[in-house]
Design a protein around this ligand. Structure first.
Ligand SMILES: [Zn+2]
Length: 520
């Protein structure tokens, strides 16, 4: 086998070694749609998707499944959703109405929201809705198997518990046929498909789970049951599931001992921090950062690049502050290196090339696309008062083909979002419409008059010459460096500081800048 340079390729080698040669490998991930899915949970599905791509690269057939655990109960109402949802606690997400769309269930709303964002980053899994699967009694035989082995399951779980499970504990919950919640207590099981229960609503009922799909396995058994049902070969898990005695540990044992199924190869993924928006994110937090919010600021390839460039056991930050500029610069550099426009050490080359390939939502572009520097773009947008078409027109000469244009428009959109929502105040500016009047000490008047004459002359001044001119005049008139730039920015944008001056003046246009110095 060729040497694997990326963790996804290395993991695939491990899966094939552990699971043996197969016609088709199954890679799984999943989550409860308990609210908007936060970017930390996106790490789960992209981890799986990168593995899926690595399988395909090796010419293997692979099934990529994503389980929507929408038959889980609503445990608590997330911040931001009406308190009246307290009434739905204990009912499955797929049977609760959406707070935002009357035609959709609670589950479907958040599932659609996430699936749409996933599609944008090139991820299209086979989505499996567990509410649908359970309700059509798909798992009836496996549920029977588990119930018949209740004693063994209990023994396994008790090994990891401080207080043992109660004598009347069953590894399933029943959704009451009267009130729809799982506030039920099982009273008997006939060793086939019949369960009797009482409910806190007062209903005493029985259910035949071969015909009524209202019986669900508890999480710690549900997870390994689905490994067995779908014949899963790989599934990652969050740090919270990966602790000693956590649900992954018990799922492994249950998979082997109850279902006689060799558990999937597993990798743990760490948390994702959010920088420039405050706090570590979790799904119970009100102000959830979704993939959608990250895509407002970062291009799809950059989102993929961020996740593909870190090993899964490393925590990293998605930033919304000034780091955004650095991330754009780093990504553009990687792209130039990929296309051989900048050197890269031989040691890093293969790994970096692989990261770049994995970052693409589709296939790699034939030629290196044109990329407007994000930092410069932010200036052009502000000089053009946030007019997107004027901004695009500024780059007209650089556009060679349809994807150059598409990528430019994508980037303009994101730069506008970033400037409007997250850019620090001192990064923002508006070019003065008319000259401002400021009191200048005598030496500065002379210097600015000379610069105005030089700019108004138009023609052949470039950034370097202009910059040299500044220092010439500072020397000639014995000016204070800091004050010179301070006054200049006041005259142009009415701020204490701004983008690098010479380049900035030329971007505004020499004539326009000269005009703003007209009252000196
Ligand atoms: Zn009830």
């Amino acid at each position: 086998m060729k040497e694997a340079f990326h963790w996804a390729d290395q993991t695939v080698a491990r899966i094939i070694k552990q699971k043996g040669g197969k016609d088709c490998y199954v890679c799984a991930s999943g989550i409860s749609p308990s609210g908007s899915i936060h970017i930390g949970n996106f790490r789960e599905i992209i981890t799986t998707e990168l593995i899926v791509r690595a399988f395909k690269k090796r010419g293997k057939k692979v099934r990529f499944i994503y389980s929507w655990d929408d038959y889980d109960r609503l445990r608590k109402v997330p911040a931001g959703i009406s308190g009246s949802y307290e009434n739905y606690i204990g009912r499955p997400y797929c049977d609760i109405p959406s707070p935002y769309d009357k035609d959709l269930s609670y589950a479907a709303y958040f599932e659609n929201e996430f699936e749409q964002s996933l599609h944008q980053v090139g991820i299209d899994a086979e989505y499996i809705r567990q509410g649908y699967m359970y309700k059509k009694c798909t798992y009836k035989e496996l549920i029977k198997k588990v119930l018949r082995n209740t004693g063994s399951v209990k023994k396994i779980l008790n090994k990891f518990r401080k207080t043992p499970l109660a004598d009347n504990w069953y590894p399933v919950t029943v959704y009451c046929s009267s009130c729809g919640t799982d506030n039920t207590t099982l009273t008997s099981y006939n060793n086939e498909y019949l369960l009797k229960y009482t409910c806190s609503c007062g209903h005493n009922g029985e259910t035949d789970f071969a015909k009524q799909g209202n019986v669900k396995l508890v999480w710690r058994v549900d997870w390994p049951m689905r490994w067995c049902y779908e014949q899963v070969d790989f599934e990652p898990g969050g740090k919270d599931h990966s602790s000693q005695g956590g649900s992954y540990d018990t799922a492994r044992i249950i998979s082997k001992e109850i279902f006689d199924y060799e558990p999937p190869v597993y990798i743990m993924y760490d948390f994702v921090r959010i920088k420039g928006k405050g706090g570590k994110i979790s799904s119970s937090a009100g102000d959830v950062i979704r993939l959608k919010d990250v895509l407002d600021i970062y291009e799809p390839a950059m989102v993929r690049w961020l996740f593909a460039s870190y090993r899964t056991n490393v925590e990293f930050a998605v930033s919304f502050d000034l780091d955004v500029l650095k991330y754009y610069e780093d990504f553009d550099r990687l792209e130039r290196r990929y296309f051989g426009q900048e050197p890269l050490s031989a040691k890093k080359k293969k790994q970096q090339e692989r990261v770049y390939q994995l970052a693409q939502p589709g296939s790699v572009y034939k030629d290196k696309p044109f990329r407007a520097s994000f930092r410069h773009l932010c200036n052009i947008i502000q000089i053009n008062s946030f007019d997107k078409s004027k901004t695009a027109a500024y780059y007209r000469k650089e556009i060679k083909n349809s994807y150059d244009e598409e990528l430019l428009l994508q980037r303009i959109e994101r730069a506008v979002n970033w400037l409007e929502q997250y850019a620090p105040a001192d990064f923002r500016f508006t070019v003065n419409e008319t000259p401002v009047r400021i009191e200048l000490p005598p030496g500065y008047i002379g210097a600015f008059q000379e610069i105005r004459a030089c700019l108004a002359g138009g023609g052949d001044i470039d950034e370097l010459k202009l910059s040299q001119k500044f220092y010439e005049l500072i020397n000639k008139y014995q000016l204070d460096n800091k004050n010179f730039f301070y006054f200049f920015y006041k005259l142009l944008i009415n701020k204490d500081k701004g983008p690098k001056l010479a380049g900035f003046i030329l971007t505004i246009g020499a004539e326009k800048a000269a005009n703003l110095l007209r009252n000196i």
